[in-house]
Ligand binder design. Structure first.
Ligand code: NAP
Length: 257
């Protein structure tokens, strides 16, 4: 029987890129769902500031972790085990924006985009899965992007080809890992946000709204809070039988072709 509980009480979640717009909203949502929350980002001071801005009173375990550094990830996973006994949920949220052309773009920048947005998702997942297998269960939620599956014209207006490529591979990693992990009772799903108003865009909301005017059927760009209910659901017992899915949260944007 499927457990219809949405509570994450007693579950421990590790969120990467937790100082950012979507990451800090995820922290708040998972706290509200009753989880033990481990918030990580490259810059611990920025992380602590972001959590304080979101009303954290010290209940969240905030740790510095660069998602491209295997030693740092392993150290954080060890700390999680010492502090909470086990990790139940990994959210691969850290990412960077980039706007390089695949043909003429700067190779170093393209490689950095792929390293942070793509390779690190696999790296963090591999290290977490080793522990999930010992526990006999686990959840991974990857943050992809609706841009990965949009037509080229929109991609080049809204982001860059290297960004879209990096996220397209995350969508494939999600499905491929889900298949490999299923035998271990580990589910792997993804959320593909549309245009969400966060620091990543580097401009005021009104400018983002104007830029994408007419492209989003629900008539506005998204907020980080538009995504987090789905993340909590995918992490909860109620989603036990869902794996290998990439769910778009984009105000209906893809319906515009
Ligand atoms: P954000 O506000 O810029 O947050 C991203 C966070 O990731 C930042 O705190 C950033 O730290 C951190 N980060 C960057 N490189 C890292 C690394 N190597 N190790 C650990 N943390 C690192 O952006 P966001 O909009 O919340 O984005 C969150 C995720 O959603 C990203 O994967 C993004 O691609 C995805 N997404 C966003 C949108 C959107 O419209 N906002 C749409 C689709 C998908 P620094 O600031 O110090 O670099």
């Amino acid at each position: 029987m499927t457990d219809l509980s949405f509570s994450l009480s007693g579950h421990t979640v590790l969120i990467t890129g937790a100082a950012g717009g979507i990451g800090s909203a995820l922290v708040v949502a998972f706290c509200e769902a009753g989880a033990n929350v481990v918030a990580t980002d490259t810059n611990r001071e920025a992380l602590t500031r972001a959590l304080a801005d979101h009303g954290d009173n010290g209940s969240v375990l905030a740790l510095a972790m660069d998602v491209t550094e295997e030693e740092q990830i392993s150290a954080v996973l060890d700390t999680v085990t010492q502090r909470f006994g086990r990790l139940d949920i990994l959210i691969n949220n850290a990412g960077i924006k980039s706007s390089e052309s695949l043909l003429t773009g700067n190779r170093g920048k393209i490689e950095r985009t792929m390293k942070i947005n793509t390779d690190a998702v696999l790296l963090c997942s591999r290290l977490a899965v080793r522990r999930f297998i010992k526990n006999g269960a686990g959840r991974i939620i990857n943050i992809g992007s609706s841009l990965s599956s949009q037509g080229a014209v929109f991609n080049y207006q809204a982001g860059g080809a290297d960004y879209c490529l990096s996220k397209a591979v995350v969508h494939d990693i999600t499905k491929l890992l889900a298949y490999e992990c299923a035998q271990h009772r580990i589910t792997v799903n993804g959320i593909a946000p549309g245009i969400i108003d966060t620091p990543m865009h580097g401009r005021p909301r009104e400018e983002t709204e104007a830029r994408h005017h007419g492209r989003i059927p629900l008539g506005r760009v998204g907020n980080p809070e538009d995504l987090v209910g789905l993340a909590v659901f995918l992490a909860s017992p109620a989603a036990d039988y869902i794996t290998g899915q990439m769910i778009h949260v984009n105000g209906g944007m893809l319906m515009n072709g």
